[in-house]
Design a protein around this ligand. Sequence first.
Ligand code: B1M
Length: 211
Amino acid sequence: MDVREIYDAVLRGDGTSVETLVKQAVAEGATPQQVIAESLVPAMAEVGARFERAEFFVPEMLIASRAMQAGLGVLRPLMVGEQSTAVGRVAMGTVQGDMHDLGKNLVCTMLEGAGFEIVDLGADVAPEKFVAALQQAKTDIVGMSALMTTTMPAMERTMKALAKAGLLDGVKVLVGGAPLSQEYCDEIGANGYAPDASAAVRKASELVGAG
Ligand code: B1M
């Protein structure tokens, strides 16, 4: 099967076809990573490009993202292994004001696949919610995702809230999301930046000393 068919189905926002085609691709020997890298992620990049050209609007972006999520739903069980002892515990959320959660979900799935235990705080996570999550249970890493330049400052606010609550000792902060950079990571005092989900796994392993 041509992975292009999955790409086209995501662009059409046809979740049912995406689900069927992803199952078919896997049955024919494609790896989850291949399907993600060669069809799902490029399709969302094209959705973004069409949005910028005013060919797509928010509803089209939304149905395309649901279609991609349907594909990820098929792949998730194949990527998440059964490990008896966790490599580390990660509390992960998309920062305040930001509803984009596909990338964060993908990072969570890949981390789980690599043996991390995930506490998924969801999207639009206020600094206080990150603080409360860390006060509730010890985590090795706090992961923050931001997809918009306008929500990047929420990462800095969260860093400050964590520092004020005395929670930055013994926990590493990992950040990521399309508009971020290593420079921004350094600027806000986070411990690691990853441009994509595979890099997030490498960086998280490094941060807990397992890399
Ligand atoms: Co929005 N959106 N969106 N959107 N959207 C972007 C981000 C945008 C770049 C589109 C564009 O203009 N080209 C633009 C932001 C511009 C800016 O920076 N200021 C934008 C805008 C403007 C908006 C709205 C304001 C539109 C409006 O209402 N007028 C609005 C904002 C809502 C809000 O958050 N408050 C909005 C809404 C939406 C939808 C709800 C419709 C939908 C999101 C659905 C969802 O996530 N459940 C949506 C979508 C789908 C997109 C695009 C098209 C695709 C994002 C995506 O899911 N990509 C996006 C354009 C684009 O990115 N080209 C766009 C696929 C995903 C797998 O990749 O999220 O980059 P990504 O994650 C990667 C890496 O970034 C990294 O690893 C992931 C996997 O490899 N990564 C991490 C991410 N988090 C990480 C964390 C880590 C490490 C790595 O460690 C912790």
